[in-house]
Design a protein around this ligand. Structure first.
Ligand code: SF4
Length: 243
């Protein structure tokens, strides 16, 4: 389960949902999610262009077309899943059909896998294009937005040998290469979404991207049920590694 924190961006993100009725429509929930995405992106853009940040933080190695990090489990909230499913419906029919086919294929290959097993599968996200770009970029999950690396070679090696890299990280032979500032900004926005979910009496369970969006594509009425407080099926939840 995600754990909410409390700070200004989190409270601003939660405030995007404040005008919504207790049982919002899908369109209202999606519009509020778009506000959260915009708030968090503005926060990150302002921070990354500040002199302080430019002087002290290492440069991001992330570039368009580099999708090494898009081969692993992604945890999302029910509201993010609802936003992505609505986005798929708004796409041109051929594009939507292709993405839904990818989604169902990857979901059938990955559903039920733990974090480590999913990384070990080395399967690309259903929304990653062959040239390495996100095909749902405007509505991509908050967790994807917060992941910025300072070393693309580390990301490539983590994709080639996820278990080996994990052992080295746990043994202290390697250090993580992800920037903490974007991670904490997008995690704050995520906390705001969690506060809103709590207020709307929706589940706080972390869902697996492919499983949750596939479920909504297969049965769009589930979005209404989730927003009315129904808990998504257990099979859609993120599967952590056993320790
Ligand atoms: S949703 Fe987009 S950014 Fe996130 S893992 Fe998939 S392709 Fe990558």
């Amino acid at each position: 389960m995600f754990t909410p924190s409390d700070d200004f961006l989190a409270r601003s993100a939660a405030a995007a949902f404040a005008p919504l009725p207790q049982k919002p429509t899908e369109a209202q929930a999606c519009a509020a999610m778009d506000q959260v995405f915009a708030l968090a992106e503005q926060s990150w853009q302002a921070r990354r262009s500040s002199l302080d940040y430019l002087r002290s933080a290492p440069a991001s190695a992330c570039r368009a077309g580099c999708g090494w990090c898009c081969h692993q489990q992604v945890g999302i909230t029910s509201l993010e899943a609802i936003r992505i499913a609505a986005h798929l419906r708004d796409l041109a029919p051929e594009t939507a059909a292709e993405l839904v086919e990818n989604l169902r294929r990857v979901n059938s290959q990955t559903q039920g896998l733990s974090t480590g097993q999913r990384a070990q599968s080395r399967l690309a996200c259903a929304f990653l294009s062959i040239d390495g770009n996100c095909r749902i970029y405007p509505v991509r999950p908050l967790r994807c937005r917060g992941l910025h690396s300072i070393d693309a070679n580390f990301c490539a090696a983590s994709h080639q040998d996820p278990a080996g890299m994990r052992i080295k990280l746990e043994a202290g032979q390697l250090r993580p290469v992800y920037l903490s500032v974007p991670e904490s900004i997008f995690d704050s926005a995520l906390s705001g979404v969690l506060m809103a979910l709590k207020k709307l009496k929706m589940t706080l369970v972390s869902l697996e991207l492919h499983a949750a969006v596939s479920a909504l594509v297969d049965d769009p009425k589930q979005a209404r049920r989730w927003m009315a407080g129904a808990r998504p099926d257990r099979a859609l939840a993120l599967v952590p590694d056993k320790r």
